[in-house]
Design a protein around this ligand. Structure first.
Ligand SMILES: *Cc1c(COP(=O)(O)O)cnc(C)c1O
Length: 400
């Protein structure tokens, strides 16, 4: 038997905040002016500047920074007009804050199946859009997998669906040269520690719709201070809304915005660094018997901050043995097939607060063999080589 290799790095360790961010953060801490509206007359705070810069990065007119992506999604749905009892279409492979945001509006969820490359099943989407009276569509680009956006936009046009994109894993990614998050009526991004920019917690909402953003700004807790936003429409848009929209108090503060601004400048470079690691892992995984990384559409320019693969045809016992063998050598994989929700992962069958959700045969089958690995930038390209060796050893010992 060959000697067992060991990987010792932490799969949840991100890079430190850059010096520029730390310096700015210290400056704000020393001033005591952390609240986004705590600015001098005419001064643009860090949160307002971040919004301007992110809107420009996305090629969108308006941006709102929020407490989290989950709150941005909730505000986007509410501001787009979702009312209690409405139906929102959503792909079934996503993270718990997505159904949570839908539930928070009082709407019901209409889950759409996924296909073997982990993207939404466009036939199921079209069938459900045709059959139901759903007017809203929350598309979660889960783990960065971008569906055929040309077809998505056609379906949205035909069935008059308002598209809201969950871009928690596609910040910096494009489809056919167009930024993920610039297709929908609104798009939401996360700046939580494990996403593509890190402020601990945080969210960004972008749109070109002046009424939608005005509502979202007031919902987010602007009080009557919305004039201090600079990535906003004319003040008159707020006039008829200011007493009609409640304050849900989920703002971002200047401290978090300050550490995000330099990260935004580095975002594209960081995405390339992720992709270098991703491509090494993808090529290596596809050489291992029993492991499949589904091919990705060449129009998708993803940001590979995590990688997914399937152990097609393997049963639960075999997969558990494989995961344990990897873990034993320090390679921490997640598995979407667990009956019980574990850690950050949960399957749609765990969202019992919606009542009985229909069975989605393909999603269930695909999740049953899908593994998931984070690729923090604290891992080097040679770390990826070692991880591959370990996964191969574990696969040989357990799944072949
Ligand atoms: C993390 C995540 C979210 C929510 O982000 P928060 O900022 O933590 O609320 C939404 N969707 C997906 C796919 C995510 O991974």
């Amino acid at each position: 038997m060959s000697q067992k290799k060991k990987f010792t790095k932490d799969f949840t360790l991100q890079e430190p905040i850059c010096d520029q961010g730390i310096e700015k953060a210290l400056e704000i801490l020393k001033s005591g002016k952390l609240h986004r509206y705590n600015v001098n007359p005419g001064e643009k705070g860090e949160a307002a500047l971040l919004e301007e810069e992110f809107a420009a990065y996305m090629g969108k007119k308006y941006c709102l920074s929020c407490a989290s992506c989950g709150s941005a999604m909730y505000l986007a749905l509410k501001s787009a007009g979702v009312k209690p009892g409405d139906k929102v279409l959503c792909n079934a492979y996503t993270l718990a804050p997505v159904p949570g945001a839908i539930e928070n509006t009082g709407a019901t969820i209409e889950l759409v199946d996924i296909q073997d490359d982990y993207t939404i099943d466009l036939e199921d989407l079209e069938a459900k859009a045709a059959a139901s009276d759903a007017r809203w569509f929350m598309l979660s680009h889960m783990r960065g997998h971008i569906a055929n956006m040309d077809r998505i936009m056609e379906i949205c046009t035909i069935y008059d669906l308002v598209l809201i994109e969950d871009c928690a894993h596609t910040m910096g990614a494009t489809w056919d040269g167009k930024k993920s998050g610039s297709f929908g009526t609104a798009a939401c991004f996360s700046t939580q520690t494990y996403k593509h920019m890190n402020s601990g917690e945080g969210g960004l909402l972008v749109t070109d719709d002046p009424e939608l953003i005005a509502r979202a700004i007031i919902y987010s807790g602007s009080y009557m201070l919305y004039e201090r936003h600079t990535a906003r429409p004319d003040m008159e848009v707020f006039e008829s809304l200011k007493t009609q929209v409640p304050n849900y108090s989920c703002r971002m503060d200047n401290l978090r915005a300050a550490i995000l601004r330099p990260q935004l400048k580095a975002l594209d470079v960081q995405c390339e660094r992720w992709n270098k690691r991703y491509r090494i892992l993808e090529a290596g995984l596809n050489k291992i018997d029993g492991i499949t990384c589904p091919p990705r559409d060449p129009r998708e320019n993803y940001a590979g901050s995590s990688i997914q693969f399937s152990l097609v045809g393997r049963d639960e016992k075999t997969i558990q043995a494989f995961l344990a063998a990897c873990m034993d050598q320090g390679v921490e994989l997640k598995w979407f097939g667990n009956k019980e929700p574990v850690g950050f992962t949960s399957a749609y069958s765990s969202w019992k607060y919606f009542g009985n959700l229909p069975e989605l045969v393909n999603t269930r089958r695909i999740l049953a063999t899908m593994c998931d690995m984070r690729i923090p930038l604290t891992f080097t390209e040679s770390d990826c080589g070692l991880i591959l060796e370990i996964i191969e050893q574990a696969a040989k010992a357990t799944i072949i």
